[in-house]
Design a protein around this ligand. Structure first.
Ligand code: PLP
Length: 426
């Protein structure tokens, strides 16, 4: 078969089955085109995308401004490695540090790499600035966390499937329950060797768990009191997804950066990925101020592709789109409508028990056991009815459409979701 031959869904799936590692369990839908909030499969069926590649495609599929930046830069220079300077990286570094209000950025490619980068920076800071004895630094993490799939990251995951038979694990992590300020305080008060606290402002992968209103601000204050770095993993929640530029910014109404509000906190280290590029190219970033970032010296961290000119051009365009199109405000407004309407339906539902989330990162909890396949079956039916979503953990379905959605489209999607749930009511 010629590689460019048009495939049917069945053929494409069987190729992946036979020649690809089985490290994912996709819905049996084979996509070949995307535009804005829509994707099309190889047979031409149109769907609403309600996953946005796990919140990477916040700016919508194939956004023309981002694609133009990609094409223009691809025709000039794609990769130099960091052995040399290039004429895009510095411009991007200034742009993104201004955009998020930090002194410096360390550019990487994927979310997991950015998390690894943050952990390394945190440990080095602990030894060189805080004065923790070498090899004794501990980083606090939360139960139910999802920060990626590398060896160190799975070492502090409590997802048994992600860990089993991948040991021995990396040491130096202490787990506490999510959204538990007292547990955090207890650890901070009993150990002198705490370097950092790594946290997702909303636990997306775990099932869109939104912590209590004060959790992040209180946790940040405790970290400050104990000279511990507060590390926010906004790989999934960042870039307007939850109704503000960052989830740690709370509910600001600004156009560019978030105003300081009661719930606003500035992390010591900010981790971004996914929608930094609008899902067009793998771009991730770790941001921090000089006092922290300057612990990293030549040869101590890097990536051949990190900070390449193509990534820089794409990321600048993608971040401009977020401001140009007021995506945070749109996510906040549409998210409220989504939760109100789905919530009203759920009041009399036997199949769904709860809708929760912030902005356009939401989930519904299906009324069945965690190991049941009801959520999966509902997602299959949703696909049949023209909307793509995926269960996160067991009986929870995450809903995260591109943020360029308009209200008419959202209402159509709400009807599809409600009509699909109706098919499962008893
Ligand atoms: C909060 C969080 N951190 C890190 C990652 C890992 O990102 P990547 O898959 O790009 O390595 C993810 C991916 O879903 C995530 O949700």
């Amino acid at each position: 078969m010629h590689v460019l031959e048009k495939l049917s869904s069945a053929e494409a799936i069987s190729l992946e089955e036979k020649f690809g590692a089985h490290n994912y369990h996709p819905l049996p839908v084979v996509l070949s085109r995307g535009e804005g909030v829509y994707v099309w499969d190889v047979e031409g069926k149109k769907y609403y995308d309600f996953l946005s590649a796990y919140s990477a495609v916040n700016q919508g599929h194939c956004h023309p401004k981002i694609i133009n930046a990609l094409i223009e830069q691809a025709q000039k220079l794609t990769l130099t490695s960091r052995a040399f300077y290039n004429d895009k990286l510095g411009v991007y570094e200034k742009f993104i540090t201004d955009y998020f209000g930090f002194d410096k950025v360390l550019p990487m490619n994927t979310g997991a790499e950015a998390v690894e980068t943050a952990l390394k920076i945190c440990r080095k800071w602990a030894y060189e600035k805080k004065g923790i004895a070498e090899n004794f630094a501990q980083i606090i993490v939360c139960d139910g966390n999802f920060h990626g799939r590398t060896t160190t990251i799975i070492s502090f995951s409590n997802d048994a499937n992600a860990r089993k038979n991948f040991g021995p694990y990396t040491e130096g992590f202490i787990q506490i329950p999510y959204d538990d300020v007292e547990a955090l305080e207890k650890v901070l008060e009993t150990s002198k060797n705490i370097a950092g606290f790594l946290v997702e402002p909303i636990q997306g992968e775990a099932g869109v768990y939104v912590p209590s209103e004060e959790f992040l601000a209180k946790a940040k204050a405790l970290c400050e009191k104990h000279n511990v770095l507060f590390i926010a993993d906004e790989v999934q929640t960042g870039i307007a997804r939850t109704g503000s530029l960052l989830a740690v910014c709370g509910n600001c109404t600004c156009e560019n950066k978030c105003e300081k509000q009661a719930s606003y906190i500035t992390p010591d280290i900010l981790i971004l990925g996914k929608a930094v590029s609008g899902g067009v190219y793998p771009v991730s970033a770790v941001l921090a101020n000089d006092e922290i970032m300057n612990v990293i010296k030549p040869g101590q961290h890097g990536s051949t592709f990190g900070g390449n000119p193509l990534a820089a051009a794409v990321a600048m365009a993608a971040l401009e789109v977020v401001n140009d199109e007021k995506l945070a405000q749109n996510a906040r407004r549409l998210g409220k409508i989504f939760r109100e309407k789905i919530g009203a339906y759920i009041q009399n539902s036997t199949i769904a028990t709860l809708v929760r989330g912030k902005g356009l990162l939401n989930a519904i909890v299906i009324n069945d056991t965690e190991d049941s396949d009801t959520a999966w079956n509902i997602c299959m039916k949703l696909a049949e009815n023209g909307l793509l979503a995926k269960p996160t953990h067991g009986n929870i379905i995450r809903f995260a459409p591109p943020l360029v959605m308009n209200e008419t489209q959202l209402n159509e999607c709400i009807s599809i979701i409600i009509n699909t749930l109706k098919e499962f009511e008893n």
